[in-house]
Design a protein around this ligand. Structure first.
Ligand code: ZN
Length: 203
């Protein structure tokens, strides 16, 4: 399985980044990391959305209902690409496509239907209904995270990596708002090598 990375500072942006890269200016995904439902389940565990035991339940449910698992993955990818295009529009200070916002709205209304008000020791809290190991439970968290981000002041920290072949999104929480790369070890380092080569007269 492809390596999953969590560098965005936001669940929904880490979800957008479940691709090897995106080709600039075109809606092309390279090295998609969500190839099947188990990839989505594993990503959810690594993202800290579910415990290993919960993910095993999701995987077992997917094995018993392969057609539903495939449909859920298709929904996940549709949501991911809609979130990417919404983010890209916001970065370009243009209005996101209404059809993309509708994809998120639909996912959110499904998610909201699974929220439960539960008693805690000190009062009440929102929790997700997990009783039936719903295959789309990872999408509830992602769409909730997207709604949280879109309605928060953190949206102003949204950036896209400056790497040549990357396209990943993240929140720039650096003190002087100077983060340019998804990861200094990847795109940041490649850019450094390129600058060095130019200085040395290589091409
Ligand atoms: Zn990058």
């Amino acid at each position: 399985m492809a390596e999953m990375k969590f560098i965005a500072g936001s669940v929904c942006l880490d979800f957008v980044n479940t691709v090897g890269a995106r080709v600039t200016g075109r809606d092309i995904v390279l090295r998609d990391k969500l190839k099947d439902y188990p990839d989505l389940a594993t990503w959810s565990r690594l993202a800290g959305l579910f415990t290993a035991r919960e993910v095993r339940c999701l995987e077992r449910a997917a094995e018993s209902h392969p057609a539903r698992a495939a449909a859920t993955l298709a929904r996940a990818l549709r949501l991911r690409e809609a979130l990417f295009r919404i983010s890209k529009s916001l970065l370009g200070r243009s209005a996101p496509d209404e059809s993309d916002v509708d994809v998120l709205r639909n996912e959110l209304s499904i998610a909201k239907a699974h929220e439960r008000l539960v008693r805690t020791k000190t009062g009440f809290a929102w929790a997700w209904d997990q009783s039936d190991h719903a295959l789309d439970a990872p999408l509830w968290r992602v769409s909730q995270s997207a709604a949280d981000l879109l309605t928060s002041a953190d949206l102003g920290k949204l950036r896209q990596c400056g790497g040549d072949e990357c396209g990943w999104m993240f929140l720039d929480t650096s003190r002087n708002r100077s983060r340019r790369w998804c990861d200094m070890k990847d795109c940041g380092n490649r850019a450094k090598v390129r600058r060095f080569r130019r200085r040395e007269g290589h091409r």
